[in-house]
Design a protein around this ligand. Structure first.
Ligand code: IMP
Length: 442
């Protein structure tokens, strides 16, 4: 069983990578986050943009699962299912955990209010109500997808939530009134529309494991947005590291035998928070333009910078990465030189470990190693190069990949050179030979 996680600040291209790993898989499972995520997939000249559905859903042979660790806005989910059908995907198998928590209208409002209250410490959230929904889950006020099928329980829980939220809104000086009846009716109705998908997905997955099925676990966001291991408090509200795959899907950690971290060939970040290798110059602008670095969810321009090996080393460790999938290598094409950050300088010290203190990280100056750049090609050319395999890559690009592998002690097993499935160099067979057997991925 494989876990695919983001090794940076999200937007690493996990959508395409997960879809790729789903070839020959039986199940794809999302285990964290909600519709703050955004993934774009290209398949046969068609482009798909999803926020809540797992990326593997466009493969009709793959059973898509939204695990218990995910938070769901049912209105958005219903909209995305309608979008999927409008794109001609009529045949799919979907299961939604009855334990996944529900994003309600008051969570959306609270998201904005909390951000405003935090002022300079705001995270720059996507405004989708993610933080307040996870807060309610942990505070034991949450509403689950299963509750949407149980009117008696839903009414009781909504009464408690509304009573508390109304007090909060008053404290924030807001006059909004959420009408109990309307919320209950609307959410019970959406529950009925989603009923055929809602089930105990932990049982489903554990039976699948017993039957020897192949499962891909799909992480949302990225390691540096993880509340425990990221740049707290400029993070999201669900664990995005590989360890969360077990918790967020209801399977035991020993079932996981391969962890892949997805990283771009450079770094991007959306929202607030420190970003040591950020480029506020023409190169940063070029990367943004060539890489189309604008958020899938909010459309915000992404902050762009060089590859940060300090942050990646941290990602290798906290996720226990077995391999990397390197995306958007094509975007750096055309630059004479490319840089990678090998350490930080802060307070007169050279740091090789990713600091937890946000002020140290904000003050950190990157120490760069300069490497040769490679040619710029069109997307078609990159696809042709990908077809021929690793040896067809420009020498400098191969050296760049080797540098990353050696520096991190973690092999690059997939190289993505464009949005389509064809523009991918798959080195898994080559690299995993010898790994297979008792310990290799199933
Ligand atoms: P939230 O997840 O909407 O609460 O946002 C918290 C932080 O995580 C903000 O800086 C967002 O920009 C960032 N974030 C959330 N989801 C994603 C994602 O899928 N990609 C990149 N950044 C994200």
């Amino acid at each position: 069983m494989e876990v695919v996680v983001g090794a940076q600040w999200g937007d690493e291209g996990k959508g395409k990578v997960v879809d790729f790993y789903c070839e020959g898989a039986d199940y794809v499972v999302r285990f964290n986050g909600g519709n703050n995520a955004g993934h774009t997939l290209k398949f046969k000249d068609q482009e798909f943009k999803f926020h809540i559905l797992p990326s593997g859903i466009i493969r009709k042979e793959v059973h898509a699962v939204i695990g218990n660790g995910v938070v769901i806005d049912p209105e958005v989910l219903l909209g995305e299912l309608a979008y999927l059908r409008s794109k001609g995907i009529q045949q799919f198998t979907l299961s939604i955990s009855d334990r996944a928590h529900v994003i309600l209208p008051y969570h959306l409002l609270l998201d904005g209010l909390e951000e405003t209250a935090k002022g300079g410490m705001k995270a720059g959230t996507t405004g989708r109500g993610i933080g307040p929904t996870y807060s309610d889950k942990v505070a034991r006020f949450g509403i689950t997808m299963g509750d949407l099928l149980d009117g008696t329980l839903l009414k009781k829980k909504i009464d408690i939530s509304l009573m508390i939220k109304q007090k909060l809104f008053t404290a924030y000086g807001r006059e909004e009134t959420f009408f109990r009846r309307k919320i209950i009716d609307t959410y019970l109705d959406m529950g009925q529309k989603l009923k055929k998908y809602i089930r105990n997905t932990s049982v489903l997955l554990n039976r699948a494991i017993e039957d020897g099925r192949r499962i891909v676990l799909e992480g949302a966001q990225g390691t540096l947005l993880d509340p425990d291991h990221g740049t707290y408090p400029f993070v999201t509200s669900s664990n995005a590291v590989a360890g969360a795959a077990s918790v967020g899907s209801g399977i035991g950690p020993r079932c996981i035998d391969w962890v892949v971290g997805v990283t771009k060939a450079y770094t991007t970040r959306v929202g607030e928070g420190p970003f040591p290798t950020e480029l506020d110059d023409a190169v940063g602008e070029r990367i943004r333009k060539v890489g189309a670095e604008f958020g899938t969810t909010t459309g915000r321009p992404r902050r762009c910078g060089w590859l940060d090996m300090v942050a990646l080393r941290h990602a290798c460790e906290v996720n226990g990465l077995d391999a990397l999938a390197l995306t958007k290598l094509d975007v750096l094409g055309g630059l004479k030189k490319v840089k990678v950050c090998t350490a930080y300088e802060a307070g007169g010290l050279k740091l090789r470990e990713f600091p937890s203190n946000i002020r140290i990280l904000a003050a950190a100056k990157p120490v760069y190693k300069e490497l040769e750049g490679w040619m710029e090609y069109s997307l078609d050319d990159w696809s042709r190069i990908a077809l021929k395999g690793r040896g067809a890559l420009p020498l400098a690009a191969r050296n760049y990949i080797d540098y990353i592998t050696e520096n991190l002690g973690c092999p690059v097993e997939l190289v993505s050179l464009g949005p389509s499935r064809e523009a991918t160099i798959d080195l898994r067979a080559e690299l995993r030979r010898g790994e297979e057997g008792d310990d290799g991925p199933q």
